[in-house]
Write a protein that binds this ligand. Structure first.
Ligand code: ZN
Length: 123
């Protein structure tokens, strides 16, 4: 007594006929779905890239000489997002440097950051 479960298109909700593994009622709905999916990913990547670019611009603006000391509140005020950076470097003595491309910083105990600029690429 098997009941056949009606399958519906995940885009428009229309009933699907044909092969049981089909997810879309038509080529149209298939491409709609793929376009939506891709644009979600594209937006996600774009937002991260924008955040990194902004972070880099903030550090660069605060550090014209290649070395500077700034309070972290100043960066937050300017919209810096501490969750995004491109890589992290830990010195032998345990000091953590975080880089946004070539612009980097290390946090000190008193809420201040030392800003640095990397001369060459380090892994
Ligand atoms: Zn459909």
């Amino acid at each position: 007594m098997a009941t056949t479960k009606k399958k519906t298109c995940i885009v428009c909700g229309d009933e699907i006929t044909g092969r049981p593994d089909k997810r879309f009622c038509s080529d149209n709905c298939r491409s709609t779905h793929h376009n939506r999916h891709n644009s979600d990913h594209t937006n996600f990547i774009r937002n991260i890239n924008n955040t990194l670019r902004k972070n880099r611009r903030i550090l660069e603006g605060l550090n014209p000489e290649g070395k500077a000391t700034v309070h972290r509140d100043k960066l937050l005020e300017m919209g810096f997002n501490f969750r995004y950076f491109t890589n992290e470097y830990v010195t032998r003595t345990g000091t953590v440097y975080r880089y946004v491309y070539e612009q980097g910083y290390t946090e000190r105990d008193n809420g201040y950051l030392t800003l640095v600029v990397r001369q060459a690429y380090v892994e």
